[in-house]
Design a protein around this ligand. Structure first.
Ligand code: ATP
Ligand code: MG
Length: 299
């Protein structure tokens, strides 16, 4: 809506996990490097965890791009509310296994053949499961068993489990300790620091055609960080709404008053503001934590 008004080539604050807009914060950089290292060194299981909206799926999309360039076979399962049968069927579709996709036995035979064939070509294969915190125990157990497939060179299937922090808690459960022991690499994503929030916003605007952004003055950037708690998805929502407001008011820059209005529209809650309104639509501030210990970042 406001693209032409600001001379932008595309919407800078889209909510899709698009690697084209990747902001390489040190922790996102490290998480991606770990995922790639884990796959390349055939480590077996890798876990990626992070709060809602911190960039897990975006990291997986970046990994997917990397795997494409390396011509590595992979399956990407993004719907994790599955029965074991549905899980096998989805995996068979995504690996494009030519077998009876309703039969677990045929799927396992075909998968094994694919993994061995890839290994003979010096390549590995990867299973990526997003939203893994939702997986049922019996599906997690099947995934653990898939991790047993190996030859002398290492694991034949690299398995990446990505999910919200409940995933870590789930993996701590006594009945999953066998799976937990197999996770050789763990990475986590935290909210952005104040300076990263600024870099993040600048990067997304620059990618859309506005180098040296002029829309958000420093005091607004500071407040955006505070109100978003450094969570990329919330930063996107706030910035998008601010750009719409600027456009509607025919103004070139965002102000604190606009931010106040946008925060009310989005029913945002942030540390120091919790007494002023009811529950937020976008994640309540954790009432258990004192303000100072909220994960605002490292700055
Ligand atoms: N490093 C980053 N660079 C650019 N954009 C990012 C980055 N991290 C997150 N985002 C953006 O933030 C939004 C949320 O990211 P994403 O969907 O990857 O989060 P998530 O951790 O998978 O969330 P959920 O827990 O809800 O699945 C997306 O619009 C994404 O483009
Ligand atoms: Mg996600």
């Amino acid at each position: 809506m406001y693209k032409a008004y600001f001379g932008l080539s595309q919407n800078p604050f889209n909510l899709s996990p698009d690697p084209e807009f990747l902001y390489r914060s040190p922790q996102h950089e490290e998480a991606l490097a770990n995922l790639i290292y884990g796959v390349r060194s055939r480590k077996g299981f890798i876990a990626l965890s992070g709060e809602v909206g911190t960039g897990k799926t975006t990291m997986l999309e970046c990994l997917r791009d990397y795997l494409d360039t390396q011509r590595v076979e992979f399956a990407f399962i993004f719907n994790s509310r599955l029965t074991p049968d549905q899980f096998f069927e989805m995996m068979a579709y995504d690996f494009d296994l030519q077998c009876d996709r309703k039969s677990k036995t045929s799927i396992l035979f075909a998968l094994n053949a694919l993994l061995v064939q890839q290994a003979e070509r010096g390549r590995t294969s990867v299973l990526i499961v997003d939203e893994a915190h939702n997986l049922e125990w019996d599906v997690l157990e099947e995934i653990r068993l898939l991790g047993n497939l190996e030859n002398r060179g290492g694991k034949l299937l690299q398995i990446i489990l990505a999910g919200q922090p409940e995933l870590d808690r789930k993996l701590d459960a006594p009945n999953l300790r066998q799976l937990k022991q197999r996770i050789v690499l763990r990475c986590s994503l935290n909210p952005l620091t104040p300076s990263e929030t600024v870099g993040y916003i600048e990067t997304r605007l620059a990618r859309s055609g506005m180098v040296n952004q002029r829309v958000f003055p420093p005091e607004v950037l500071e407040e955006i960080h505070k109100r978003s708690r450094g969570i990329p998805r919330l930063i996107n929502l706030i910035c998008d709404n601010l750009l719409v407001t600027c456009f509607a008011m025919e103004l070139r820059g965002a102000s604190l008053e606009m931010l106040e209005e946008v925060s009310q529209d989005l029913r945002l809650e942030w540390p120091g503001n919790r007494d002023r309104r009811g529950r937020s639509r976008y994640g309540p501030v954790d009432e258990q934590l004192p303000e100072e210990s909220l994960p605002l970042g490292r700055d």
